[in-house]
Design a protein around this ligand. Structure first.
Ligand code: ADP
Ligand code: ZN
Length: 433
């Protein structure tokens, strides 16, 4: 079902008109209400009147996470605090947290975005959602929570952690859908298996997975283990939170809510716009946000865009999966390595579990990559030759994909640390920054 066909299925002309109108208003607002943007525009010799249509967006300045940090906590807010009714903050794994503020209208748009997203997965008022994203400063929990309510479904505000109880309540309350990180979904699947509860005892049919990168192989794994249909949801707190884009039942890219968020792809090196179809850094301009409007925010997420109409009938621009981040791409012995490439190899091998950790170190000036990965129950053996053979097989496959060699460390079944939120998959000991 399409929640809001007027907005999700607009013609190219209608959309161009709407986006242009919204961009003009946005630029006018930030110029007058955010000293940071006024100064940036003045430095570029730009006045609000220079922005006539959405095509002029390329004239506008970029915004980065650093800008938000420099103006911590409220410096980029465009309305007085009396109009801000909610704050969230990103986890701040790389420094000061980034604080984001929402007006009442922002929150109502966000809820509608999630309702669109859940409808696109085929959910409706009859669905019961267990939300296993963290509740609190993280946007995942409350974001999904309000979206489910807006849809008219039933929400179970589980939050993350306490896996046994999660499973018990999903079972007892007849949950038909659940939302979590994909890594936590795998953990839940495994815990269900271990608890010996057959999946037929659950009514689950839809999974809402995002907040961290995942792959097609991981989707297959989750779908097979849980007997559900697993959908991608993407978002970032700076722009709104989860729901900035979402898949539909076609599972052919994620629809960007582009009547509210205008997407561009740029080269992270030259900052020039790239044509749709090319892979580069995703940039968003918030066309309607009041609390924290952002011009050309650099997400650092790498993907490509596709403006073709989808078979589902929606005309919104679709983004590919995130293949990595322009800032967390690993460079190992001069080779660009995305953790997702390694993950794909691991997930293709029946002997391995999708639980792994990449440890990068520099020994005698040479980069070393160690891949720690858990062996699946039934494939682990005390026979050294068998394990050596398996290591060789993994190393060989990784080499053919990455063109670099890696040390493989096999870990016994069920011993790698499971994550309840975003999984920490990379430990870089090189201290190169
Ligand atoms: P932080 O992780 O700093 O707390 P957010 O929670 O807002 O900040 O995380 C946003 C980031 O999470 C995105 O920029 C992206 O890198 C990643 N992310 C979110 N959803 C997805 C997804 N579905 N696929 C891949 N990456 C995702
Ligand atoms: Zn679609």
């Amino acid at each position: 079902m399409i929640w809001n066909p007027t907005k999700e299925c607009m013609s190219a002309d209608e959309k161009h008109h709407l986006q242009s109108q919204r961009l003009r208003k946005l630029v006018e607002t930030v110029y007058h209400c955010t000293p940071f943007y006024r100064q940036k525009m003045q430095e570029l010799g730009l006045l609000p009147d220079d922005i006539k249509s959405i095509d002029d967006i390329v004239k506008l300045p970029f915004t980065t996470k650093q800008d938000l940090r420099d103006n911590y906590p409220y410096g980029l807010f465009a309305v007085p605090m009396s109009q801000i009714i909610r704050l969230h903050a990103s986890s701040g794994t790389t420094g000061r947290p980034t604080v984001v503020g929402y007006t009442r209208r922002d929150l109502s748009i966000w809820s509608e975005m999630i309702a669109r997203c859940l409808s696109a997965y085929g959910a409706d008022q009859n669905d019961i959602f267990s939300v296993a994203y963290g509740y609190g400063l993280f946007t995942g929990g409350l974001g999904l929570h309000y979206g489910v309510e807006h849809l008219g479904g039933t929400v179970i505000p589980m939050s993350s952690g306490n896996t046994c109880k999660q499973i018990q309540l999903m079972h007892d309350f007849g949950a038909t859908a659940f939302a979590s990180t994909p890594s936590y979904a795998l953990y839940i699947a495994e815990a269900m298996e271990k608890a010996g509860i057959p999946r037929e005892k659950f009514k689950l049919r839809i999974g809402v997975f995002g907040a961290e990168p995942w792959t097609e192989n991981m989707r297959r794994e989750i779908e097979n283990k849980l007997g559900i249909s697993a959908y991608n949801i993407y978002g970032l707190s700076e722009i709104m939170g989860p729901g900035v884009s979402h898949e539909c039942e076609q599972k052919d890219g994620s629809h960007i809510v582009d009547d509210h968020f205008y997407p561009e792809i740029i080269s992270p090196e030259t900052l020039q716009s790239l044509p749709y179809g090319e892979q580069g850094e995703l940039v968003f301009t918030t066309l309607t946000k009041e609390g924290l409007p952002l011009l050309r925010y650099r997400t650092k997420d790498l993907c490509s865009l596709n403006a073709e109409k989808c078979a589902c009938g929606r005309t919104s621009v679709r983004m590919s999966r995130i293949v990595g981040r322009s800032d967390d791409m690993l460079i190992i012995r001069g080779v660009n390595v995305f953790p997702s490439q390694i993950e794909s190899v691991i997930l293709e091998m029946k002997e391995l579990e999708p639980h792994y950790l990449l440890v990068i170190d520099r020994v005698n000036n040479l980069d070393m990559l160690e891949v720690q990965v858990e062996v699946r129950d039934g494939f682990y053996s005390d026979e050294i030759t068998k394990m050596v053979e398996l290591k060789k097989k993994i190393a060989h496959r990784l080499h053919s994909v990455l063109s670099i060699s890696a040390d493989i460390k096999l870990v016994e079944p069920y011993t790698m640390q499971r994550s309840e939120g975003k999984a920490q998959r990379v430990v870089d000991k090189r201290n190169l920054k």
